[in-house]
Ligand binder design. Structure first.
Ligand code: BES
Ligand code: MG
Ligand code: ZN
Length: 501
């Protein structure tokens, strides 16, 4: 799944005859390097535009200049980089994706980015390259599997990076790392965007098998029979209202010798109707995205396998529908979970925590050094944090720190909520070890608190309910088109890339 063909070019910029060249411009632009050469050759048109405020190079702003034969390059697209002091990896992704979005509207199929290193900022040349590629490729993602019309829109398929350094092999390495990451994100987006009728637990398991074979991972799957053997009362009961059989997929990347593994767990409710505690119909279609956690784990596994990270990483993905069929589990039922604990079901719509509980308890048999789960777990998280942060809870400060700093680097930011014992009180049941809901107040926390009953290792939980998909393009990052974001793939990949044991 190559999104863009990306090549590197070097030499004298005024000898080039590119269709379009993108130049990044700071608010305090100094016209170094290519920027200065082009400005001069265009009789100061760029610096004049800044002086007269015709172009204000705030982050994400763009301005197109036609060169009318003054130089070989036909058009220049200026893209604002904002203030030098605020320059970050996120600025690079924001600027490159804004540029590519406006170029896409011009209907051309290739363009060149001028990549200027900047000594004043602490960002290295390979980080600039990597994040430019990420911004472009994530912005160009479209989910058009079901579109039979409008297929003749010209799409950008080629990028060229113009650089001064002759060390193009370093740059090519950054490009290929970025492309592996983008493919993982876009795989996760595809799985999440896919309608539930074409992404059943069985179909996702089949897809995961293909991915495992292609990327050199071990694949295994638990069917209902095996789940029964492990006493996985959570996933089995949630699946009872549907005709689709549940699956629990296990992907293993073995790059770390004898080291204990890091386990990723992703909620894979392929459709969440709420079950007998049926959801209202408004926006229920969005509940095809209730498999976003699973999608992210599969996308991340593909990424870490292709990056050949020197770690043992296991992805566990419990998959089932949550439907109100005639055999559905019901409020009042008591379930026996994978670790032997019992749960009284109060609300069948709190199903995610039930399938995760089994998967988390199951993860214990791998003696993991850490476990991270990702789940579109609670509407309460959307209320608490909106769409700009993923909820973070867990029992291990070191692991939470790694995730928080990964969030800063990738722009997939997380915000911690407390996991105090007090909240466990709210889950007390009269007849079982616990209830599956703790009331509306603190809903993100009671959900995580429920999960904490099933872990006996360093663990972090990411509630991606507010970040897994976007409702519109308004207020959204230019590299996240409407629909599934694939959130977590870049975050977890970053955490694992910088993992030190
Ligand atoms: N999948 C939903 C959570 C959700 C809702 C994610 C909206 C994204 C957007 C989850 O299974 C659910 O239904 N949770 C309930 C829990 C409640 C019954 C305690 C919720 O949040 O309402
Ligand atoms: Mg639900
Ligand atoms: Zn759900």
């Amino acid at each position: 799944m190559l999104i863009l063909e990306i090549n590197v070019d070097t030499g004298k910029i005024l000898e080039k005859n590119y269709e379009l060249l993108v130049l990044g411009i700071f608010e305090e632009e100094k016209y170094h390097g290519v920027n200065g050469i082009i400005d001069k050759a265009l009789d100061k048109e760029i610096s004049q535009k800044l002086k007269t405020l015709e172009f204000n190079p705030k982050l994400r702003k763009t301005c197109l200049i036609t060169t009318y034969g003054k130089i070989g390059i036909k058009r220049i697209l200026l893209v604002g980089l904002g203030k030098r002091k605020d320059f970050s990896l996120e600025s690079i992704r924001m600027a490159s994706s804004s540029a590519i979005n406006s170029i896409q509207e011009l209907g051309i199929t290739s363009c060149t980015f001028s990549i200027l290193g900047d000594k004043a900022t602490k960002i290295s040349f390979d980080q600039i390259v990597e994040n430019t590629v990420v911004g472009c490729e994530l912005a160009l993602y479209q989910f058009n599997l079901y579109k039979t019309e409008d297929q003749n829109i010209k799409k950008i398929n080629k990028l060229l990076f113009f650089v001064y350094t002759p060390e193009t092999s370093v740059i090519k390495n950054s490009i290929s790392i970025a492309q592996i990451i983008d493919n993982g994100v876009n795989l996760a987006r595809n799985l999440s965007n896919m309608p539930s009728s074409d992404a059943t637990p069985t179909q996702i398991a089949e897809k995961a098998k293909i991915i495992a074979d292609e990327s050199g991972m071990t694949f295994s799957v638990l069917n209902k029979k095996e789940m029964e053997k492990f006493s996985m009362g959570g996933i089995i009961n949630v699946s009872k209202g549907s005709n689709q059989p549940p699956k629990l997929v296990i992907l293993e990347h073995k790059g770390g010798g004898t080291a204990r593994p890091i386990v990723l767990v992703g909620k894979g409710i392929t459709f969440d109707s709420g079950g007998i505690s049926l959801k209202p119909s408004e926006k229920m279609e969005d509940m095809k995205h209730d498999k976003a956690g699973a999608a992210t784990v599969i996308g991340t596994m593909q990424t870490v396998a292709q990056l050949k990270l020197p770690l043992n990483i296991i992805g566990i993905v419990p998959l089932t529908e949550n439907l109100p069929g005639g055999s559905a589990y019901k409020p009042g039922d008591v379930l026996k979970m994978c670790n032997g604990k019992t749960v009284e079901v109060i609300n069948t719509d709190a199903e995610g925590r039930l399938i995760l509980a089994d998967a988390l308890a199951f993860a214990s048999r791998y003696k993991p050094q850490a476990v991270i789960d990702l789940a579109t777990l609670t509407g309460a998280c959307v209320i608490a944090l909106g769409s700009f942060a993923t909820g973070l809870l867990g029992n291990d400060d070191n692991l939470k720190k790694r995730i928080t700093s990964g969030g800063e680097i990738t722009g997939e930011r997380v915000w911690e909520l407390p996991l105090w014992d007090d909240y466990k009180e709210l889950l007390k049941s009269d007849i079982a070890d616990m209830k599956n809901v703790g009331g509306r107040p603190g809903g993100v926390i009671t959900a995580a608190s429920f999960l904490s009953n099933f872990v006996d290792y360093p663990w972090a939980h990411l509630d991606i309910a507010g970040t897994a998909w976007t409702q519109s393009n308004v207020g959204v990052k230019p590299y996240n088109p409407k629909g599934a974001t694939g959130v977590g793939v870049r975050l977890i990949t970053e955490v694992l890339r910088s993992w030190e044991t």
